[in-house]
Design a protein. Structure first.
Length: 568
């Protein structure tokens, strides 16, 4: 009896076909006068492989497999295929010197298999982390929460070391983008390193990993940010960008030496996170009407104040979009440009080249603008030029670092501005903070705690005295936490605001050099809610929690002086 072994027959047929295909490749190599190669026994250099995208390599039936300096070896199925010719031409345009080798299709398949070993991100040039549309879609489709990011990093950390560093960095950056994090913090401890994201202004733990993973990750970040690898005892600052769907997200790198090594903070300047309209910022209706009136004026200065991360730049961009018209010339001086606005001339501060806020503002005035945005007034020279611009027919938007709206006026005096000029130049001073919105899926209604009842009653009384309605004073929300909000209890942010406009009382107070408390007292008849009052309105309206508001502002300031130290 004869037994037919089907598997053995298939293997024999496959071997014959393979030999036949390789024989054809050798014959074609001789015909075209180029060297034959079988990539099965050749090591594939991933730096060479990444010079041609997988999509282009498959369409062009080619693969780059070796690189030395600018000399690159490329295996091809046919040197005359139009797609192949185009790829080779593009390599030459980039100053590479390609040498062609003839290979079979099955040989090329072995090279293309190596694309899966490459990171989702590839370094295309110093300072750019290029993520293609297909790759970022693949990453983002799996990263919906901190838990997803933690799992992806853990799984990747177990892969071969030669490939995992770039892939981990790709997952970290993509994860930060998908969760709308503003910052990435990498902090080495004695035996491990910690990864944290700043979500809605608060740091959240993501994962800890070993030093063996962190050390090459730090080097990779330094290389991308054009920082020196051998400097470990001094702070360094750099930047790189991530390209997603043809949009650049700039990432600012800050490296600081510490007890257990260098810690890293990556700040993501995502245009999507700052492209908020004025109507979506949580500005009270009365204040919105006031802002719209002030930004419609042809000249004067509008100042937004608050600490870093309070949303000042977002507010300025919203103002710019509101006043932007074809007949209006707008120029900005920013550090950095966080959001590109069509039809507006935007310039970026470059201190190392001598282009500062002051020099930029001086140059801007020679361009005959109608509206000027100065990212921040940091020094006396910038303050002086901005005031003069506001006094000479320009509408000027800018920011100051002060605790409240009243503090803007003495701050300008401290910068050397004549107090008598300030009321004529400044239209309105705004203060703002960002508080986290409570998660709608998991928030829980609770009665107002007894130890907070007096505080809230006092603030509600002030709100009502200013002619504002309060919906209810019996309940508020408590944050719980669920997968939808990464177990934080919060999702998204909303602004709280206060403002002081220039009237006779404010003018008199500023001109005699009054302090912020005296100016705030003089502003009370304007009946504009303070940060504390606007915050309580939003708490009682169900937008956030009392704990979150107290994290951001000092509610005791709303109490009479003798009671402030008694707040629970």
């Amino acid at each position: 009896m004869v037994y037919f072994n089907e598997d053995k027959e298939k293997k024999q047929v496959a071997t014959l076909r393979q030999a036949e295909e390789e024989g054809l490749a050798q014959m074609l190599a001789h015909k075209y006068g180029i060297t034959y190669i079988d990539l099965a026994g050749v090591p594939i250099n991933t730096d060479a492989l990444r010079l041609i995208t997988e999509k282009d390599a498959r369409e062009g039936s080619c693969a780059a497999f070796k690189i030395v300096g600018k000399k690159i070896a490329v295996a091809v199925l046919s040197p005359n295929k139009p797609e192949t010719v185009k790829i080779i031409s593009e390599l030459k345009e980039k100053d590479y010197e390609p040498t062609l080798y003839m290979a079979s299709n099955q040989s090329l398949e072995k090279a293309w298999e190596r694309y899966k070993d490459l990171s989702f991100a590839t370094e295309t040039k110093a300072g750019t982390l290029d993520i293609s549309n297909e790759q970022i879609e693949e990453i983002l489709s799996h990263l919906h929460s901190i838990t997803d990011i933690t799992k992806q990093i853990s799984d990747t950390a177990s892969e071969q070391k030669v490939y995992r560093t770039s892939k981990i960095l790709s997952i970290i950056v993509a994860g930060a983008i998908s969760t709308k994090a503003s910052d990435i913090h990498l902090e080495p401890e004695e035996e491990f390193a910690r990864l944290r994201f700043r979500l809605d202004g608060v740091l959240v733990n993501v994962i800890t990993f070993d030093k063996e993973t962190y050390t090459p990750l730090l080097s990779r970040i330094k290389l991308l940010s054009n920082l020196k690898l051998n400097i470990k005892e001094n702070a360094q600052d750099g930047r790189f960008s991530v390209k997603i769907f043809n949009n650049d997200i700039e990432i600012r790198t800050s490296i600081l030496p510490g007890a257990y090594g260098e810690s890293v903070v990556l700040r993501l300047l995502n245009p999507e996170s700052i492209a908020v309209s004025l109507d979506d910022m949580g500005i009270p209706e009365k204040l919105m009407r006031l802002f719209e009136n002030e930004i419609s004026k042809p000249n004067g200065m509008i100042l937004t104040t608050g600490p870093t991360g309070s949303g000042k730049t977002t507010t300025l961009y919203a103002f710019l979009k509101k006043v932007h018209k074809p007949e209006v010339k707008i120029i900005t001086i920013e550090d950095p440009i966080e959001y590109h606005l069509p039809g507006i001339v935007q310039t970026q501060v470059e201190n190392e080249k001598g282009y500062t806020f002051a020099s930029g503002l001086r140059s801007t005035l020679r361009q005959d603008p109608d509206v000027i945005m100065v990212g921040e007034i940091r020094d006396a020279e910038t303050a002086d030029i901005a005031i003069q611009a506001a006094l000479t027919g320009h509408l000027v938007f800018s920011t100051l670092h002060t605790n409240d709206a009243a503090g803007a006026f003495p701050r300008l005096t401290d910068l050397g501005i004549n107090p008598k000029l300030i009321p004529s130049a400044v239209n309105v001073a705004i203060a703002q903070r960002l508080i986290r919105r409570v998660c709608n899926r998991c928030a829980k209604r609770i009665p107002i705690p007894e130890n907070k009842r007096h505080l809230i009653d006092v603030i509600v009384g002030k709100i009502q005295k200013k002619g504002e309605n309060v919906l209810q004073t019996a309940e508020m929300f408590q944050a719980i936490g669920c997968p939808d909000c990464n177990n934080t209890g919060y999702k998204g942010r909303v602004g709280i605001f206060e403002a002081i406009i220039i009237d006779k009382a404010i003018q008199d107070a500023v001109e005699i050099g009054a302090g912020d408390k005296e100016i705030a007292l003089a502003a009370e008849p304007q009946n504009i809610l303070t940060l504390q009052e606007d915050g309580i309105q939003k708490i009682l309206g169900g937008l956030s929690t009392l704990d979150e508001l107290e994290r951001v502002v000092d509610l005791s300031l709303a109490l009479p002086t003798e009671e402030q130290h008694k707040i629970a």
